[in-house]
Design a protein around this ligand. Structure first.
Ligand SMILES: [Zn+2]
Length: 426
């Protein structure tokens, strides 16, 4: 232990140890050694006497937030056509806008704005969809690398049922472009990792899925996609993959649904019991995206069921189905929509608690990256120091109350300082 590789942060510290337990340590000390937590203490342990302290007394310090599902190219058109359902929105907004990224000048402009905002935001980790365009995806990766955030990025695969202007000619063209992308970016980045990204079953032919399975085996990559988001989409998948027992089975048949393959599936709103069982068995991560599911009339995922079975669940902004980057907002909305679901759909599923929502947005999603999303000993230190100055209050509040109202009242970048993997970004 020496001063050079030790950081000490002082402030009002909050973090989850499990989905029901939120630890708060007012005026505490977070010790970070070589980028990892050495614990949180109410008083500075003796062995650190004389070490420099980054003193944020009176400020909240919490783990950086994790966005398990976001479409980087869609940031440029968030907030458009939010009165449509999923498939209409894809055809009239998402697809034509994503096609612009064939133009690398446009991609540079749009991704620069996006990455600047993501860097300033309360999120420290993200799993991102790019577009099908190889040069634009490399531009995004380069910008993210410079930002210092820790991310997974996927060049999107799509070779059917999409407009000609945003479709790869065949499954082999799509797969070969993916291999070229992996080869051209291999070993270049320290903070950006590739992730396989078939858009969703309707947009991926069997041939493409077979090739992605081979690529997965060869490159040992994780995978991200969409699952059981919208009733119309689900019956379409049933027609396209009649051999599959349910949507998730259409991925499983190609070896791309958990098990040895770290997998994130966004949405999971309308999963039949068999699909939920398979997700649990295979350790599939669910990216719950309450804002997007509301905007695109998809419904409300039964997150209570997932949490009670200790399945892997995190939160996603799903920009531009969702419109707000901050995962604090997703936490608040996860609670809100779970209440609507309990009232309108099924009152046996109790609404999500604040502890559970905070857990999903930190340690729950963070575990996809390893020991991330908590301040327990051995965890990688992603930390944010929050700016509460814009929401003054007349009364005394506990640390937990201050955190809770931050979920509901704060903006994307109400943050003073940000640390990722022990590095201070600002
Ligand atoms: Zn999505």
């Amino acid at each position: 232990m020496n001063k050079e590789n030790t950081r000490i942060l002082k402030g009002d510290i909050c973090y989850s140890t499990d989905k029901n337990t939120l630890i708060t340590v007012p005026d505490g000390y977070l010790i970070c050694q070589n980028g990892l937590s050495a614990g949180v203490f109410p008083r500075l342990p003796k062995q650190y006497d004389g070490f420099p302290i980054e003193d944020y007394s009176g400020k909240l310090i919490v783990p950086g937030l994790v966005d398990l599902h976001i479409h980087a190219p869609q940031y440029a058109f968030r907030g458009f056509k939010m009165d449509l359902e999923l498939l209409d929105w894809l055809n009239s907004s998402a697809f034509p806008e994503e096609a612009r990224y064939e133009d690398t000048e446009y991609a540079k402009k749009a991704y620069t704005i996006f990455v600047q905002d993501l860097r300033k935001s309360v999120n420290t980790r993200a799993c991102l969809f790019a577009t099908l365009h190889l040069p634009a995806t490399k531009i995004l990766m380069e910008l993210l690398e410079q930002s210092g955030l820790e991310t997974f990025v996927g060049k999107v695969n799509m070779d059917r049922n999409c407009p000609g202007y945003l479709r790869e000619a065949t499954g082999d063209v799509s797969a070969d472009t993916t291999i070229a992308w992996l080869e051209e970016t291999a070993g270049i980045y320290s903070h950006v990792r590739p992730i396989l990204t078939p858009r969703f079953i309707p947009a991926c032919s069997d041939r493409l899925m077979e090739r992605l399975n081979q690529i997965q085996k060869e490159w040992r990559l994780p995978i991200q996609s969409h699952l059981s988001e919208n009733p119309e989409e689900i019956s379409w998948v049933q027609k396209l993959a009649p051999q599959s027992r349910f949507y998730g089975d259409a991925y499983k048949r190609f070896g791309l649904f958990g098990g040895d393959v770290p997998t994130i599936m966004a949405h999971c709103v309308h999963c039949p019991p068999e699909e939920i069982r398979l997700m649990k068995e295979q350790g599939v991560y669910i990216a719950h995206c309450p804002q997007s599911n509301t905007n695109l009339t998809s419904g409300v995922a039964p997150v209570r069921l997932f949490l009670d079975q200790d399945m892997n669940v995190g939160l996603g902004s799903d920009i531009a189905g969702g419109t707000v980057l901050s995962i604090f907002r997703s936490m608040a909305e996860a609670i809100q929509v779970s209440k609507l679901r309990a009232r309108l759909v099924d009152d046996r599923l109790k609404p999500i608690t604040m502890e559970e929502a905070f857990f999903m947005g930190t340690k729950g999603g963070g575990s996809f990256f390893g020991k991330v999303g908590s301040f327990e000993e051995g965890y990688e230190i992603d930390a944010i120091v929050l700016d509460e100055s814009r929401i003054p209050h007349p009364q005394e509040l506990t640390v937990k109350e201050r955190l809770e109202r931050f979920l509901y009242l704060s903006g994307d970048d109400w943050i003073l300082h940000k640390y990722v993997k022990g590095r201070r970004l600002f």
